[in-house]
Design a protein around this ligand. Structure first.
Ligand SMILES: Nc1nc2c(c(=O)[nH]1)N[C@H]1C(S)=C(S)[C@@H](COP(=O)(O)OP(=O)(O)OC[C@H]3O[C@@H](n4cnc5c(=O)[nH]c(N)nc54)[C@H](O)[C@@H]3O)O[C@H]1N2
Ligand SMILES: Nc1nc2c(c(=O)[nH]1)N[C@H]1C(S)=C(S)[C@@H](COP(=O)(O)OP(=O)(O)OC[C@H]3O[C@@H](n4cnc5c(=O)[nH]c(N)nc54)[C@H](O)[C@@H]3O)O[C@H]1N2
Ligand SMILES: [Mo]
Length: 779
């Protein structure tokens, strides 16, 4: 593949992210079941491309295994509790193989390419160069990254941090891969330095879910586990593309369907998981090409219309309760909740007309879903980013809880809220202290048990960090994993912020954009991946992770590290901490020698981690206690709290569309595997915008016409992408969709939710028109 592209304006270089197509764009609606042979073929191709014929399959056999395997870094879906079955998915396999590539980015590689040259490469090309092998520091005189010893890299960090006039001039970002032990050390370092500036990927992901569940139920997490999924009567799945992003959910859906469970999907798109699947590990089904349905009802809600739809379902249940007392669980409501009367009045005052307009779903379809809900003894509501990345994400999640409370769908088997988390350990990060708004109780305990004096003021989240970089208030940025430059909103603004830093430090496994968009000084610190052996003084180490359903278990790598010079994440954090805190009494090195020691401290500091070292070694680990599951609500009232928020107006202004950014099937957040999106029928194209055919016709646009997409921010400023190709798609009128991270260019930094501070990545206000300047179009 040709990667270097000369003669481009800086603007071109800055806006080009994503992959490089391998042929002409194609669009053929996908009509096959999800997973099955399509997935098997794709895995085969991928293993061949990565040259991982031998180690790939061996590693895959070790993944997600009871005792001794490593946790799949692909997503946070829990392992099958039976523990016997190999529940794997295409995208997990791709993700693991991606980490195990034989290619290397070593010192000779950096010597051969300047940073300016690398900046012209696509993101696919950058990551495709392979694994990083040793610490590197940026040399402004030559515009190259050059080798630096670990000792000197830590010393550089220590020096710059000690010179800051306040610890709040530093920010410590976490991407949700980081294991629990490293997480604990990382937040300890930040707080011992004196700052709560702990932005994380969760600020862009499930912040809204955490805040809503905390307010309503006194816990920031879902209350159900896989066993509940196996015993429920009705599943409501909102705003998730499960076939691509939580593929092991397909198995749960297919099995539920076979048991007779009702499965209602609520999404502007009818995604592959809302149709049929062939379960990959079901060899008989695979052999017979026999698919199972994964849906009983699909509701194509308008972008941002979920809250209205949920309210419609609640309204139907309340209306039915007038004649059918069993429609409500009045005993549960009386005993365990507050706020019901206010909520009932609000729902009654909301007209069907408004509900239909705001949801974009006709009343009879909403009544259908409500009937499913009414007829089910036990219901689970599950959701992901389609619900959270909106202005009213918190209110919508609270509406989910309202609906569940009406029928007592909480604290019993087969019922409850079930957010699908993103990164494999993003939930564990929060549990173990990555929180820019920590509770005083947590800080008290941390201070007392770790002998530090933690700062009390709230720190900065992702958006606030970027804004502070601009003002020069954040001068040191550490990225513990992830790809901040591309994952964050408002790409151009974020780049400026990073470049305004005195020092940027990226702890990574592969080369990415965040290494090229850097501060005046910059370090790349390469770490072990999750598949790799981590040997410390006390022997081989394991780290723990927590899945979407609060199960904590150990993960153990088995591969030889990609390079002998890599350090583990705990070791890197300890090195940074010792350099920045020369007088620290925290036994950093002693912790790293044996992670059991970190776990012993965590057991004392963290709720629910008692006896951590023993319980985490149980065959399937342990489940963190969930008070709400036992109907203990750590809310101010001691009860589950109904919320009574008004419906937001989500109808796009005339001539504009609501655009949601999302992932393709062949990508992992900012990591792009190819330009294909199999389940949506797309080949060789990422710079696209999915539109309703009538919206296209109205604008005189036909399939694959180059278009300009312009967003208008709340402050009136506009941002544009030009030469995107229009694709006619089954999506409600007034709605459009396209891919992250490319479309972050359109997402203004100031446009974040007033409820959750989350960037509005699923709800951009855009106009789409035919590109005026064909010379600038891409194909
Ligand atoms: N293979 C793979 N797996 C992943 C990831 C990956 O990139 N690749 N990323 C991981 C991460 S960090 C996360 S957070 C998750 C993300 O998992 P998802 O939440 O599935 O991520 P998105 O691709 O953003 O898709 C969002 C879905 O929401 C729908 N949607 C958009 N707007 C609305 C709306 O207003 N209402 C409703 N009801 N739906 C809407 C879209 O049609 C799409 O189906 O996946 C995790 N797993
Ligand atoms: N427009 C738009 N933007 C979005 C979203 C959206 O839906 N729309 N989604 C948001 C969401 S939900 C999320 S979670 C963020 C994701 O944001 P991030 O978590 O910051 O991004 P990733 O792409 O997951 O990070 C990939 C990088 O992680 C590094 N890496 C991989 N494995 C390891 C490891 O084991 N250790 C370390 N230290 N590094 C490793 C590699 O160098 C790789 O390049 O993006 C957000 N951005
Ligand atoms: Mo995420």
């Amino acid at each position: 593949m040709s990667t270097s592209e000369a003669n481009e304006s800086p603007a071109d270089v800055e806006s080009r992210v994503g992959s490089t197509p391998e042929g002409a764009p194609e669009f053929h609606p996908y009509r096959h079941p999800a997973a099955g042979w399509g997935a098997a073929k794709s895995v085969t191709r991928f293993l061949a491309r990565e040259g991982e014929w031998v180690d790939g399959p061996r590693a895959i056999m070790k993944m997600n295994h009871e005792n001794g395997g490593f946790d799949c870094p692909g997503c946070a879906w829990p392992d099958d509790i039976k523990g016997l079955r190999l529940d794997l998915c295409e995208n997990g396999i791709k993700h693991v193989t991606w980490e195990m590539t034989r290619k290397r980015v070593d010192r000779a590689y950096f010597a051969a390419h300047t940073v300016t040259e690398l900046s012209g490469w696509s993101d696919f090309a950058l990551e495709d160069q392979g694994r990083l092998t040793e610490p590197m520091v940026y040399d402004p005189a030559t515009d190259h990254y050059v080798p630096i010893s670990w000792h000197d890299a830590f010393a550089l960090f220590g020096r710059v941090v000690r010179e800051l006039d306040s610890p709040d001039r530093a920010a410590f970002y976490t991407s949700g891969r980081l294991g629990n032990e490293a997480t604990f050390l990382y937040q300890l370092m930040a707080r011992e330095l004196g700052t709560n500036n702990l932005p994380d990927c969760s600020n862009m992901c499930h912040e809204a879910s955490g805040r809503a569940l905390q307010a309503a139920l006194g816990t920031g997490k879902g209350t159900v586990d896989l066993k509940d999924w196996e015993t429920t009567d009705a599943l409501f799945i909102l705003g998730v593309n499960a076939a691509s992003n939580a593929p092991r959910m397909l198995t749960a859906l297919a099995e539920a369907y076979r048991r007779g469970t009702q499965i209602v999907h609520i999404n502007p798109l009818i995604e592959a998981a809302a149709r049929r699947t062939i379960i990959p590990h079901d060899f008989v089904d695979m052999a017979l090409n026999k698919s199972t349905r994964t849906s009983t009802l699909n509701l194509q809600v308008r972008i941002g219309g979920d809250m209205a739809l949920l309210r419609g379902m609640a309204k139907a249940v309340l209306e039915q309760a007038r004649t059918d007392p069993k429609a409500l669980d009045q005993l549960f409501i009386d005993r365990h909740t507050i706020g019901f009367e206010d909520y009932r009045k609000l729902v009654e005052a909301t007209s069907w007309d408004e509900i239909e307009r705001q949801s974009g779903v006709p009343r009879d379809r909403i009544l259908k879903a409500a009937r499913v809900y009414r007829d089910a003894d036990r219901s689970i509501v599950s959701w992901c980013l389609g619900v959270t990345q909106h202005e009213h994400g918190v209110d919508t999640v609270r509406e989910i809880v309202n609906l569940l409370l009406l029928r007592g769908n909480l604290g019993r088997e087969g019922a409850g809220p079930s957010p699908v988390r993103g990164h494999s350990n993003v939930q564990g990060n929060r549990t173990c202290g990555i929180d820019h708004r920590p509770t005083q109780e947590f800080l008290d305990r941390l201070g007392e048990l770790c002998g530090i004096d933690p700062p009390r003021a709230h720190g900065k989240d992702t958006v606030a960090t970027i804004e502070a970089m601009h003002r020069g208030e954040i001068q040191v940025f550490v990225g513990m994993g992830g790809n901040f430059a591309l994952a964050a909103p408002d790409t151009a603004y974020t780049y400026e912020g990073l470049r305004n830093c005195e020092l940027t430090v990226q702890v990574s496994t592969k080369l990415n954009r965040s290494h090229l968009v850097h501060g005046r000084r910059a370090l790349i610190l390469p770490c072990l991946g999750r598949t790799e052996k981590d040997v410390q003084r006390a022997g081989e180490q394991e780290t723990s992770v927590e899945d979407s359903m609060s199960m904590v278990h150990l993960s153990k790598g088995m591969k030889r590290p990609a390079s002998p010079h890599l350090l583990s994440e705990p070791a890197i954090i300890a090195g940074l901490a010792r350099a920045a805190l020369p007088d620290s009494t925290t036994p950093w090195q002693w912790y790293v020698e044996d992670y059991d020691r970190i776990r012993d401290t965590m057991a004392q500091v963290l709720d629910g981690f008692e006896d951590f070292n023993r319980r985490v070694r149980l065959p399937l680990g342990f489940r963190i206690k969930q008070p709400a599951r036992e109907l203990v609500f750590l809310t101010p009232s001691g009860k589950a709290e109904f919320s009574a928020a008004p419906l937001p107006d989500v109808i796009p202004a005339p001539g504009t569309l609501a655009l949601g950014t999302m992932r393709s099937h062949d990508q992992w957040n900012t990591t792009i595997y190819s330009d294909n999106d199999r389940y949506r029928g797309i080949r060789n194209l990422r710079t696209l915008v999915f539109m309703n055919p009538d919206d296209m016709r109205e604008r005189g646009i036909t399939e694959f016409d180059p278009v300009d997409v312009t967003s208008t921010a709340r402050d009136g400023s506009t941002r544009s992408l030009t030469g995107y190709l229009a694709v006619p798609y089954d999506i409600p009128r007034g709605c459009a969709a396209g891919y992250m991270p490319e479309m972050n260019v359109l997402c203004a930094i100031g446009d974040y939710s007033t409820q959750s501070d989350q960037p509005l990545m699923k709800h951009l206000r855009v106009t789409v028109e035919k590109s005026a300047d064909p010379a600038r179009t891409r194909s």
